[in-house]
Ligand binder design. Structure first.
Ligand SMILES: [Zn+2]
Ligand SMILES: [Zn+2]
Length: 280
């Protein structure tokens, strides 16, 4: 199991006011593998409900704009499946115990990136033998995640861009460590915690109740960047580890090394969702 090292310094001992902002994230540590419908996975097969048709994208005027993209309906591709037995921390609506994320792999308005669809399921009603259509032959490889097994690991995060400015500068001057890169927000594919914004924060408001939504999941191009070695799992530090493969395990490349952040509303029982795409 990949293990994130402890932070090099206890930041809440240096700036106690930071403790109020701590949130737990669950890193997924995806690795190439052969997950089944009965497994939590990134890019693995989803256990779709019996009798429910697989979703197809019906592109709008400003969708599928790159050369060669079809304007006919194309099947969604599996992105994420998380069982509550593996990650109990998610805000599963009552009667559900599975989170599923899928998307159309072609570019979509307004970000020129995939727009995720989120479903919460009751594992008791899922068809473990459902046939999932193959991705459309013109699908960009960079937005169709190849199958990865996941190893969920809870970690503690502190925000950087989302902190009040005085607190942010107080913590930055209180430690010799690089707060943003080493002590704040975990990089890579994860659930909960804070988004690793690469531009200014863009927390969506719930379309139903207007509450600021909660970060549900990040689908990332890279699991970590150079300079973020603090987040590199202990097991991956040997010089013989296949570092590149571990950095981009599912082969995803979202825009210019971007991330798709998925948000949900925990105040609304039907869990409305929104997504935000950011790249550098
Ligand atoms: Zn589409
Ligand atoms: Zn709401």
């Amino acid at each position: 199991m990949p293990t994130t090292p402890l932070p090099p310094v206890d930041v809440t001992a240096l700036v106690p006011a930071l403790a109020a902002y701590a949130r737990q994230a669950v890193r997924l540590h995806p690795r190439p593998g052969a997950p089944t419908v009965a497994d939590s996975s990134l890019g693995g097969p989803l256990a779709w409900p019996l009798g429910e048709p697989w979703p197809y994208c019906h592109p709008g005027r400003w969708d599928h704009t790159f050369d060669g993209a079809p304007h006919a309906p194309v099947p969604y591709v599996p992105v994420l499946q998380i069982y509550a037995r593996d990650v109990p921390q998610l805000p599963y609506p009552p009667g559900t115990d599975v989170l599923q994320v899928a998307w159309c792999p072609f570019d979509h308005d307004p970000y020129s990136a995939p727009v995720p669809r989120v479903d919460w399921r009751d594992s008791a009603g899922l068809d473990l033998l459902a046939a999932i259509p193959a991705p459309h032959h013109a699908s960009p490889r960079a937005t169709v995640p190849s199958p990865c097994v996941v190893s969920p690991e809870p970690v503690l995060e502190y925000p950087n861009w989302d902190l009040p400015r005085d607190l942010y500068y107080a913590i930055r001057s209180a430690t010799r460590h690089d707060f943003d890169a080493e002590l704040s927000v975990a990089p890579g594919t994860k659930l909960g915690g804070y988004p690793s914004w690469c531009q200014l924060p863009e927390w969506p408001a719930c379309p139903s109740c207007a509450t600021t939504m909660t970060h549900l999941a990040t689908l990332a191009s890279l699991e970590h960047d150079p300079g973020q070695e603090r987040w590199l799992p202990v097991e991956d530090r040997s010089p013989t580890s296949t570092a590149d493969r571990l950095r981009q395990p599912a082969g995803l490349m979202l825009g210019d090394v971007g991330s798709i952040h998925v948000f949900t509303c925990t105040a609304c029982p039907h869990r409305p969702y929104e997504s935000v795409f950011q790249n550098s």
